[in-house]
Write a new protein. Structure first.
Length: 100
């Protein structure tokens, strides 16, 4: 009976030893770059009227300093307020604001 118990324990240990799979180490020194979209600068005059209207309604004291457009017809707008404060907002072609 002792031999049966000992054989069972040894076989279990032998099976689990072969079942141990080495997992690769996680590399923590890699940098991850997230690309929101490839925006290319465009003239402010090339913006759709819906976008300029949205800026005028929501930011009445702001001027559009620079405008950018990506392949998905999304616009990145660098705004400057009268007090010198600057900020960036994103909009689609219909003048809806986008969170990015």
């Amino acid at each position: 009976m002792k031999n049966l118990a000992l054989a069972t324990v040894l076989s279990f240990v032998g099976i689990t030893a072969f079942a141990n799979v080495e997992t690769p180490e996680l590399e923590t020194n890699n940098a991850i770059e997230i690309v929101v979209g490839d925006f290319e600068e465009i003239d402010v005059s090339d913006l759709p009227s819906a976008v300029t209207t949205a800026v005028e309604e929501n930011y009445p004291t702001a001027k559009i300093a620079k405008a950018y457009k990506n392949d998905e017809d999304q616009y990145k707008l660098d705004l400057t307020l009268e007090d010198g404060t600057t900020g960036t907002v994103y909009a689609d072609a219909e003048g809806n604001w986008i969170d990015m």
